[in-house]
Write a protein that binds this ligand. Structure first.
Ligand code: SF4
Length: 401
């Protein structure tokens, strides 16, 4: 196994400047490659931060790097996956000393995982051992991550955890195949909360469940978060779900974050054409009837390098620079009601919204993005509208591809 490239601090450099007091976890320029004849750059220079007590959603189509990012945050990447750059910083309380997660030795990591940062894995049936009782699986967690616990305490804590997620503690002797899908998912959540972590990463925790059970599990997660105060990174391809449950969300495409903003703002004013495409792909249960639009084409191969914007082949708004100039995630603030975005790069206090799209770059698109990407009515919102999304930006930006 090739070790992760060490993340060195420059002489005199401290971790603190990267973390404001309200941030519990920060990924800073994280990149992950799957080695092989054709290396796959699954996560590309991702920077994001999780605030204390918040739900941070990460959305994107399958294969965009979401789960790989989650495993990188947990330091659970296995070969051929390899962290090639960046650092992950954790601070469990205001004023605490930030921890460089990448620098933790094996023993430190064992104490860190599950106590500070834990994970609810995709597909409960795969996450649980089918031939081992719940009692044994809970016990394994405590033996590994809290070896100081006595056997009686482990048993009692396991029962408490089952009860906490709404499962009769007498089921502790059950095997996973004796439980329903919803119960198995609750068990996995209980295991992730076993040592009261500050952060729980949830990777598609409700994807395989029917909508009724999904709703029950989401309500359970919200109740537990309010009760226990942990922060959540919630990963799913279901943007509509994230808009409902997350405080802020990051939209990933091609291994990169293309938009990072408060969820309410994304719902009202998606700034990236890909985010807009995702929003146009599902019906609004409460809003006016509107035409649904899918996103044509497929996500890019992460084994290939793209000179310009990776979304360009699928983007209705692509214009000349998109083919050759790579958009960078820039910080911008949004003037509600003015229909315009202004670049405030570098002003940390104003950082509310980041997007990687040339339409928001005043140098490449002086006229600014079209109305539907600045909080105006989205194309097709009205019941009677027949307008297709896109179609006008070339005129706005004055260039033909
Ligand atoms: Fe579309 Fe160009 Fe923006 Fe990429 S940079 S999302 S191709 S308009």
């Amino acid at each position: 196994m090739r070790a992760a490239d060490p993340v060195e601090l420059a002489p005199g450099e401290e971790l603190d400047p990267l973390l404001s007091d309200d941030v519990v976890l920060r990924a800073d320029h994280v990149s992950v490659v799957y080695d092989g004849d054709n290396p796959t750059r699954a996560v590309r220079d991702v920077t994001l931060e999780l605030r204390r007590g918040e739900v941070l959603g990460i959305a994107g189509e399958s294969g965009c790097g979401k789960s790989t990012l989650a495993y990188a945050l947990m330091r659970m990447l296995r070969p051929p996956a390899r962290l090639t750059g960046g650092r992950i910083i954790f601070s469990d309380h205001v004023g605490g000393t930030p921890v460089d997660v990448m620098a933790l030795e094996a023993e430190e990591l064992r104490h860190f995982r599950w106590r500070k940062l834990s994970m609810v894995f995709q597909s409960a049936m795969n996450a649980l051992n089918p031939v081992t009782s719940l009692r044994k699986q809970f016990s394994d967690i405590f033996e590994t991550h809290a070896p100081e616990m006595r056997r009686d305490d482990r048993e009692q804590r396991s029962r408490e955890l089952l009860e906490m997620v709404g499962i009769d503690p007498s089921r502790i002797a059950s095997f996973p195949h004796e439980l329903s899908g919803g119960m198995r998912q609750r068990v996995v959540i209980a295991m992730a909360l076993a040592l009261q972590p500050d952060v729980v990463i949830m990777d598609e925790p409700t994807t395989a469940l029917d909508v009724v059970v999904q709703r029950e599990i989401l309500d359970e997660i919200e109740r537990l978060r309010e009760e226990l105060g942990f922060s959540i990174v919630f990963i799913t391809h279901d943007l509509s779900l994230l808009l409902e449950i997350s405080d802020r969300l990051a939209v990933m495409y091609g291994g990169e974050i293309v938009e990072f903003a408060p969820s309410a703002q994304v719902a009202r004013a998606p700034a990236h054409p890909y985010t807009l495409g995702l929003l146009e792909s599902f019906p609004d249960m409460r809003g006016a009837r509107r035409q649904l639009h899918g996103i044509p084409g497929s996500p890019p191969s992460l084994a290939e390098e793209v000179a310009g914007c990776a979304f360009a082949p699928r983007c209705d708004y692509a214009f000349a620079p998109c083919a050759s100039v790579k958009p960078r995630l820039g910080e911008r603030s949004f003037l509600a009601g003015h229909g315009a975005a202004i670049d405030v790069q570098g002003q940390r206090a104003s950082r509310t919204w980041s997007v990687a799209c040339h339409l928001h770059d005043p140098d490449l698109c002086p006229a600014g993005p079209p109305q539907e990407l600045t909080g105006g009515d989205r194309a097709g919102d009205a019941e009677t509208s027949t307008e297709e999304p896109g179609g006008v930006p070339d005129a706005i930006c004055g260039e033909e591809e």
